[in-house]
Design a protein around this ligand. Structure first.
Ligand code: NCD
Length: 309
């Protein structure tokens, strides 16, 4: 397995497949939650410089279910508030003897710098507008629970692609696995370089919905937007929000996904978020499984789960 997971492209399709299969084996569908001794002598540090509900808790639970010791390094209240650099913080953490650092940072590339400074494994839990590779893995896992293959699967990724690290990682992961991806949204929120991503782009959501197998809605990332990308949120929602009328255009077996946190009533209506085809809660559940698989494959001793599990 890879030493670090910084970009989703650090993995090839076989590596992705291996993580998805391991995740399914570690926590079989419908089975009780299991705890494994595989990472008993390992320490995982969560180093989150940006707010997070799902991702930090998910990594914490994943590591704990593998019996690792987990430290949640609280950035506010630490010496980071006194201006300590990422490098000094990293060296301090390393001096305490850790095996893996899970980092979220507002600066694109911060996990890559960290990986140059430390001996530990580094996992990117979201860096700026750049990458969120474990989100892509859990999204693939969720899709794979419903479709036999990614080959030719039609996935529409809708909304604020420009500011979305989730979109970047998901596009790369999905195209790598053979899916057919279309980015949908106002041209101001679709990055110009998207034409080199091997995807189609359009502003016309209604034309895409009847053909889509998966509609993946992105959060309007208002904290990252300078004014002026869309005339108003109301207008955005009218043209690109998924409400019940639009959801009725979907194929019977099409899935609706969203990485969370949702702006209900903006990119997705409250009713659509609750539909059986909505995978939003499954994505959260699957996040723990996939992160367990990743931590196990990166830090564990091969064979130990089978022996002890
Ligand atoms: C995403 C993130 O922080 O990148 N959330 C998440 O990790 N589930 C998406 C977002 O903030 O919109």
């Amino acid at each position: 397995m890879i030493k670090h997971l910084l970009d989703i492209t650090d993995l090839n399709p076989d590596g992705i497949q291996r993580i998805l299969e391991t995740a399914a084996n570690l926590q079989p569908e419908g089975g009780a939650i299991r705890k494994y001794p595989a990472l008993r002598n390992k320490t995982v540090v969560n180093l989150f410089y940006e707010s997070s509900t799902r991702t930090r808790t998910s990594f914490e639970l994943a590591a704990k279910r593998l019996s690792a010791d987990v430290v949640n390094f609280a950035v506010s209240g630490s010496s980071v508030d006194k201006g300590e650099s990422l490098k000094d913080t990293a060296q301090t953490i390393m001096a305490m003897g850790v095996d893996a650092i899970v980092i979220r940072h507002k600066a694109s590339g911060a996990p890559h710098r960290l990986a140059q400074w430390v001996d530990a494994h580094v996992i990117n839990a979201g860096d700026g507008m750049h990458q969120h590779p474990t989100q892509a893995l859990l999204d693939l896992f969720t899709i794979r629970q419903h479709f036999p293959s990614f080959e030719g699967l039609r996935v529409a990724i809708v909304g604020d692609v420009t500011h979305s690290r989730v979109a970047r990682s998901d596009v790369q992961a999905l195209t790598m696995m053979g899916a057919d991806v279309t980015l949908v949204g106002p041209p101001t929120l679709l990055p110009p370089q998207a034409e080199h991503w091997g995807v189609a782009t359009t502003a016309d959501l209604d034309a895409v919905l009847p053909k889509a197998d998966v509609v993946y809605l992105l959060r309007m990332q208002l904290e990252r937007q300078q004014a002026g990308f869309v005339p108003s949120l109301r207008e955005y929602s009218r043209l690109w929000g998924l409400d019940s009328a639009r959801a009725a255009m979907l194929k019977d077996d099409a899935l609706v996904m969203h990485p969370g946190p949702m702006n209900r009533g903006v990119e997705i209506s409250a009713e659509v978020a609750e539909l059986p085809r909505s995978m939003i809660i499954d994505q959260v559940t699957n996040g723990i499984k996939v992160r367990m698989a990743l931590l196990y494959l990166m830090l564990g001793t091969p064979g130990e789960v089978a022996a002890n599990g």
